[in-house]
Structure formats: structure tokens, C-alpha cells
Ligand binder design. Structure first.
Ligand code: FAD
Length: 237
């Protein structure tokens, strides 16, 4: 299979997932990685593939999150997202707080009426373009989160960081509760349940497909306890 064909196969697989979610009445949405749909080889191929997924998702009343990957794809991802948002209201995009340009991206997406999933950022980038210190990343997260609460609706606070979760709760009291917390599968399960009991919406991000190994390695490098989660997933069904 050529790389181009692989992107079409990935697109078809996402559409099959959407059909299965619909037929089994599972309340969930999907996240796509732009490079999996061809962004690394041809932007128009990515746009074509994502267009098919968005059309399918829309027909089922479902929603699609566009992940943000390494920095060389960020500008194209945001530009494509803003283009798609003109036609589709069932699509949101991740923004990484560690990226120094993210304030500009947040403003552009909010101006376009888009939905943001705010995360810290998971790729190894140069200090010229990302904040490296934990306190700088958290400061950036807090600042962007405040902007999003003030101007956005239907967004996602994607973090396991208790300090930021509490800040989000405070902001929701001052603004509105049209947002959800999102966390990775298997992490902070007790806290997820508590948030739901407190009346907040919580979603879990579940890795799927052939790229799960690369995904799991990224998670392990972030937090040692994820090694145990990975080990558990390898030995249990
Ligand atoms: C829904 C979702 C979507 C994402 N999408 C993207 C994306 O598109 N692009 C991208 O670059 N990144 C994405 N990420 C990853 C994200 O950028 C971070 O790398 C990852 O979430 C860890 O950051 P954190 O906010 O939890 O903060 P961290 O600083 O890593 O962790 C903060 C605190 O959370 C707690 N914690 C973290 N892990 C554990 C654990 N295993 N067990 C117990 N406590 C723990 C600890 O108290 C820790 O100090 C996504 C994450 C989520 C949840």
C-alpha cells in the first residue's frame, strides 16, 4: 500500500468507527491525527480525507477533534481547521499551552467560532518555540484557559493537573459550564468520578489502532506511573 493509500484506509477506518458508535449508540466522539490523514505529504489530501470524516460524523450527529502534532504541522492544521469550521460546526481543534504561538492560535480559533481542546503539549520541541519549564507551561495554560472561558463555548480542558482542574472549576463559576474535562484512559479515574459527581462533564481519551505503541511511549516519557498502566494493558484483555 502506498502512503497515500494508507491515509485513505485510515479515513475509511474512522468512518467505520463512526458507524459502529452510531449503531451501538455509544455516546462518544473521535479524535484524528492530521498526519495519519496525509498532512505530512499533501495538505489537499489531508483536507479531502478530513472532509469525508466530517461529513460522515455530521450525518450521525457526531463530533471530531483534530489533534495537534509536532510544530512543523501546527500552522497547516490550524489553517485547515479554520477553513473547515466555515462549513462544519462538529469539529474542534487541540491547542498546546507549551507552544509560544498558542495565544495567537487561540485568538484565531475563537474569532472563527471554533472549539478548543486545551492541552499542555506532548512533543519534544526546541526551546525557541515552546516553553520548557513546568511553571511557564502552567502559566501559559492558565492564561489561555481564562481567554477560552471568557470567549469560548463547548471547549475541553484536557489535563490531569489538579491545580489547573481547580482553576477551571473557579472559572466555570465565574463564566459558564459549557465545557468538559478530558483525561487519558486509566489516569486519575477516581478524580474523573468525583468531577462527574460534582456535576461536571468528563470524557476519556482512548487510544485506538496501529499507532497505539508510539502513543503509549509518549505517555510513558511524561509520567513514570504510565509504565504500569501500559504493562497492565499488555497483560489484561
Ligand atoms: C484528551 C487529551 C487530548 C490530548 N491531545 C493532545 C494533542 O492533540 N496534542 C498534544 O501534543 N498533546 C495532547 N495531549 C497530551 C497532553 O499535551 C499532555 O502531554 C498530557 O495530557 C499530560 O499533561 P497534563 O496536563 O496531565 O500535565 P502533567 O504536567 O504531565 O501532569 C500534571 C499532573 O497530573 C497528574 N498525573 C499525570 N499523569 C498521571 C498519572 N499517570 N497518574 C496519576 N497522576 C498523573 C500528576 O499529579 C501530575 O503532576 C492530550 C491529552 C489529553 C488528556
Amino acid at each position: 500500500m502506498t502512503v497515500r493509500e494508507e491515509t485513505v484506509a485510515a479515513t475509511n477506518e474512522y468512518i467505520e468507527i463512526l458507524k459502529t458508535l452510531e449503531s451501538r449508540k455509544i455516546q462518544s466522539c473521535i479524535s484524528i491525527k492530521p498526519t495519519q490523514l496525509g498532512l505530512a505529504i499533501d495538505k489537499s489530501l489531508f483536507m479531502e480525507n478530513l472532509g469525508k470524516i466530517l461529513t460522515s460524523a455530521k450525518s450521525f450527529g457526531n463530533f471530531v477533534w483534530v489533534d495537534i502534532e509536532g510544530s512543523k504541522f501546527t500552522a497547516d492544521t490550524i489553517d485547515s481547521y479554520i477553513e473547515f469550521r466555515k462549513t462544519f460546526d462538529n469539529v474542534g481543534v487541540a491547542i498546546q499551552a507549551y507552544l509560544k504561538k498558542s495565544e495567537e492560535y487561540v485568538n484565531r480559533v475563537l474569532d472563527a467560532g471554533g472549539s478548543i481542546r486545551l492541552c499542555k503539549g506532548a512533543y519534544n520541541e526546541s526551546p525557541e518555540i515552546v516553553y520548557k519549564q513546568k511553571n511557564q507551561i502552567n502559566e501559559s495554560y492558565s492564561k489561555l484557559m481564562k481567554m477560552i472561558f471568557e470567549r469560548g463555548k463547548g471547549f475541553a480542558i484536557a489535563t490531569h493537573d489538579e491545580k489547573l482542574i481547580l482553576e477551571a472549576i473557579d472559572l466555570s463559576k465565574a463564566h459558564h459550564t459549557d465545557f468538559e474535562f478530558e483525561m487519558l484512559m486509566g489516569i486519575r479515574d477516581k478524580r474523573k468520578r468525583e468531577l462527574v459527581e460534582e456535576g461536571y462533564q468528563v470524557s476519556e481519551y482512548i487510544p485506538f489502532g496501529k499507532s497505539w505503541w508510539a502513543y503509549s511511549v509518549r505517555r510513558m516519557t511524561e509520567h513514570k506511573s504510565n509504565i504500569f498502566l501500559l504493562a497492565r494493558s499488555l497483560v489484561s484483555e
